[in-house]
Design a protein around this ligand. Structure first.
Ligand code: S3P
Length: 431
């Protein structure tokens, strides 16, 4: 579906971004692993997180949906049912990488995970390697792609250093660690989002952070009865970019998650001199249970170019396309480095951002691990192919509102995996 986004005069009003996708996936999975019912308030109803509800149903959990509230009655940590056929993860990379962590410990049972065409291009060797070290048997197509077959076993606790910062791989190993024979430690080169650690802590599990390392001790059961899902900062980021870029704009975004491991984009925008006010969580060495929220007040303003360094990449990974877009409007050069991971997202996002924005008139070059944009004060507009990638589709829509001639987004329906009402929400604040 092609959709046109014309230049906007101003954006004004209030929005509540949809519920956090990462936290919704984790809430449904932990719900399925718990023995008592878990009430999830504000679950995200979007394609990716619906795949997770279907997956846990296939594994024997009972799922009741009452509007935005979802109640999951799980099977307990060690009692996932072997489904009749493959588990369909759809387009959801987080489900594909996290779920095997639980399934790996289901002794004597096997599970096959498969998904759409894009998911079949995304590497799973990164989870297969640690899970094999723990004792599970994992088979993948060509050794690294879905379909993925997980044969559960009695797991050994391990210490594992992640080759790249990835919250998905870290979470997979931590979930497997819940049933391993001791304490499992994961080290990450840079800090990635810590929603799994916070939720496990709330569920009574012994989880400890020590710098770049997290250790989880095995547990008999998860003790959690209620999870509240905040607004998704990655979805809010598109509204923030729109508010910063469209002249005369002022937007109030309600109830946005501001866990410091997710607010890298906000810090980058502020460094570019964009106006985003809010009560962001401070970085802390301590692990806490809560997922803090804040309202964010966004206003249009002139931007300056910036350099995003590798250490900042995990905290802004899904928002880096927007840094490219902001860079087109900023004074000077904007550079993103150390973000090779963008090449294995729902699409090759380095290629998608560079080709997409260049097609709209941007001066942007791809590098091996990022891109360099020279700001020209604006964007002409034109056509942008979303390449089946929700974040590219939404970036194209925002670009349209801020451009001189408007943008036609090819494949706008991709937005539905994380933000089904995106185009309507964006239009609702056009003044
Ligand atoms: C996610 C982690 C990130 C992110 C993805 C969601 C998660 O992926 O890009 O959208 O929920 O853990 P990686 O772990 O591959 O960096």
């Amino acid at each position: 579906m092609n959709e046109r986004f014309d230049p906007a005069h101003a954006l004004r009003g209030e929005l509540r971004p949809p519920a956090d996708k990462s936290i919704s996936h984790r809430a449904a999975l932990l719900g399925a692993m718990a023995s008592e019912p878990v009430r999830i308030e504000g679950y995200l109803h979007a394609a990716d997180t619906t795949s997770t509800l279907e997956a846990v149903r296939a594994l024997g959990a009972l799922v009741e949906v009452h509007g935005e509230e979802v109640v999951v009655r799980g099977t307990g940590l060690r009692e996932a049912r072997e489904p009749d056929g493959p588990i369909d993860v759809g387009n959801a990379g987080t489900l594909l990488r996290l779920l095997p962590g639980w399934l790996a410990s289901q002794e004597g049972r096997s599970f096959t995970l498969d998904g759409d065409e894009s998911i079949r291009r995304r590497p799973v060797d990164r989870i297969a390697e640690p899970l094999r070290q723990m004792g599970a048997e994992i088979e993948a197509r060509e050794g690294r792609f879905a379909p993925l077959r997980v044969s559960g076993a009695r797991l050994r606790a391990i210490s594992y250093e992640l080759p790249v910062a990835s919250a998905q791989v870290k979470s997979c190993v931590l979930l497997a660690g819940l049933t391993a024979d001791g304490a499992t430690t994961v080290g990450e080169p840079e800090r990635s989002r810590d929603h799994t650690e916070r939720m496990l802590l709330r569920a009574g599990v012994q989880v400890q952070r020590n710098g770049r390392h997290v250790t989880v001790v095995n547990a008999d059961e998860l003790l959690i009865d209620r999870i509240r899902v905040p607004g998704d900062p990655s979805s809010a980021a598109f509204m923030i970019a729109a508010g910063v870029l469209v002249p005369r704009s002022r937007l109030l975004l309600r109830d946005v998650g501001v866990n410091w491991t997710r607010t890298g984009f906000l810090r980058i925008v502020r460094r570019m001199r964009g106006i985003v006010l809010g009560d962001l969580e401070q970085e802390s060495p301590e692990l806490v249970e809560d997922e803090p929220v804040s309202d964010l007040d966004v206003a249009h303003g002139a931007l300056e170019g910036t350099v995003v360094e590798p250490v900042e990449v995990p905290g802004a990974i899904d928002e880096l396309p927007l840094v490219g877009l902001l860079g087109c409007f900023a004074e000077g050069e904007t550079v993103v480095r150390g973000a090779r991971e963008l090449r294995v997202k729902e699409s090759d996002r380095i290629a998608g951002v560079v080709d997409g924005l260049r097609g709209l008139g941007a001066e942007i070059e791809a590098t091996d691990d990022g891109f360099v944009v020279r700001g020209t004060g604006g964007l002409r507009g034109g056509r942008l192919d979303a390449r089946g990638d929700h974040r590219l589709a939404m970036m194209g829509a925002v670009a349209g509102l801020a451009s001189r001639e408007g943008v036609e987004v090819v494949g706008m329906e991709a937005a539905a995996v994380s933000y089904p009402g995106f185009a309507d929400d964006l239009r609702s604040v056009i003044a």
